[in-house]
Design a protein around this ligand. Structure first.
Ligand SMILES: Cc1ncc(COP(=O)(O)O)c(C=O)c1O
Length: 382
């Protein structure tokens, strides 16, 4: 070690840490990795070393992606800076100029915008189809159709289409199938079991579970994931080590959280269904989820107020349930799709889809169900 104060300030403590056996995973908060020799650098490029530069790969990113891949029972995984980063990587791993993709008409607004505002500029065309009405893909398949995309539980109507049936149809036409499993999580259903090639998550939601990260994970077939990894690296959509670490930490309690949140949601949905101030409650019907691994229907509940002119007062009257336009945290939260996630829809589109001014989307947390119900009861009081 050089003697001068300036040099010591920069280099002190920079010797590799002793191989301590920390119980929790360390955070590799580094943008780049050091090599002992030029030969080691060459070995990395020959595929023998794993880490060079965090945008290309980092142990914390890998820990998260491998954990989600294992839970989804998929071959491999890659993490991304957000759910949208993961979806983009999955789409661009397969699609190129001139290709066509069939997507469920009930998809997250961000995915819609990615397809119709961004990927359209690359010459990729997307077509929305109604999985609740159609009985076959026949009419929609073109010679350039390459992919099929759907969500397990949709937002905010919480519709569950017959995923095994649609995957089978898409596979019959040789399409690559991608499923956004954000709302259901692998705790409820593993789309890979039904033949999905790629499964995307906004890990910002249940995978992280604490509303303190923005992250995405894409898992699926090894060769598609390797291609998607290149997209993440080349488009600069890599997840930061700290966010990856936080998300992997949150993931450890996924089963506990989902169990409690789903049970709470079921109770709240029953309460809302019989409430006179509620016009309609949206909560997946057990009959629509026979392919779920558990007798649970998720932890999101949407509903419409009987008197939609009360919507501003309704949102004002909560004491501890927050109005927050995201979902899936341990705290119950509320959102108003018309002013947030579905703001871009025209009034006609909203009317046609049933996403009206009086609609409320409730993300049910882990609190005591009776307390959540009491808060809602007061706000709904007529
Ligand atoms: C179903 C679904 N997919 C993808 C996304 C995008 O995820 P992120 O916000 O982490 O980019 C969201 C965000 O709300 C979502 O609800």
């Amino acid at each position: 070690m050089a003697d001068s104060f300036e040099t010591k300030t920069v280099h002190i403590g920079q010797e590799p840490l002793r191989q301590v056996k920390s119980k929790a995973s360390p955070i590799y908060q580094t943008s780049v990795f050091a090599f002992s020799s030029l030969e080691d650098v060459e070995r990395y490029y020959e595929g023998e070393g794993e880490f060079l530069y965090t945008r290309n790969g980092n142990p914390n990113q890998h820990e998260l992606a491998d954990a989600v891949a294992a839970l989804e029972e998929a071959e491999a995984g890659v993490s991304a800076a957000s759910g949208m980063g993961a979806i983009m990587a999955g789409l661009l791993a397969v699609l190129g100029p001139g290709d066509h993709i069939l997507v469920s008409h009930e998809i997250y607004g961000g995915t819609y915008s990615l397809l119709f505002n961004e990927l359209s500029k690359l010459g990729i065309t997307a077509e929305c189809i109604d999985l609740n009405r159609l009985d076959s893909l026949d009419q929609h398949i073109r010679s350039n159709t390459k992919m099929f995309f759907m969500e397990t539980i949709t937002n905010p109507l919480l519709t569950v289409a017959d995923m095994p049936y649609w995957i089978m149809q898409a596979k019959n036409y040789g399409l690559t199938v991608m499923v956004d499993n954000t709302f259901a999580t692998p705790y409820l259903v593993q789309p890979a079991h039904y033949g999905a090639d790629l499964i995307a998550h906004s890990a910002t939601k249940y995978i992280g579970g604490h509303s303190d990260v923005t992250a995405g994970v894409l898992v699926g077939k090894q060769e598609l994931i390797e291609r998607a990894r290149q997209v993440v690296v080349n488009y600069g959509a890599s997840l930061s080590p700290f966010e990856a670490w936080l998300t992997a930490r949150g993931l450890k309690t996924l089963a506990l959280r989902m169990e409690k949140q789903c049970d709470n949601a079921k109770q709240i949905a029953q309460f809302l269904k019989s409430h006179p101030a509620v016009k309609k409650t949206y909560y997946p019907d057990a009959a629509s989820t026979p392919f779920f691994a558990r007798q649970k229907q998720g932890a999101m509940v949407s509903f419409t107020l009987a008197d939609e002119s009360r919507i501003y007062d309704f949102f004002r009257s909560f004491r501890w349930i927050k109005l927050a336009p995201s979902l899936a945290g341990v705290e119950t939260s509320l959102s108003h799709p018309v002013t947030t996630s579905h703001r871009a829809l025209s009034p006609e589109q909203r009317e046609a889809s049933g996403i009206t001014k009086g609609m409320v989307r409730l993300s049910v947390g882990i609190e005591a169900a009776a307390d959540i119900q009491e808060e809602l009861e007061r706000a709904l009081f007529v």
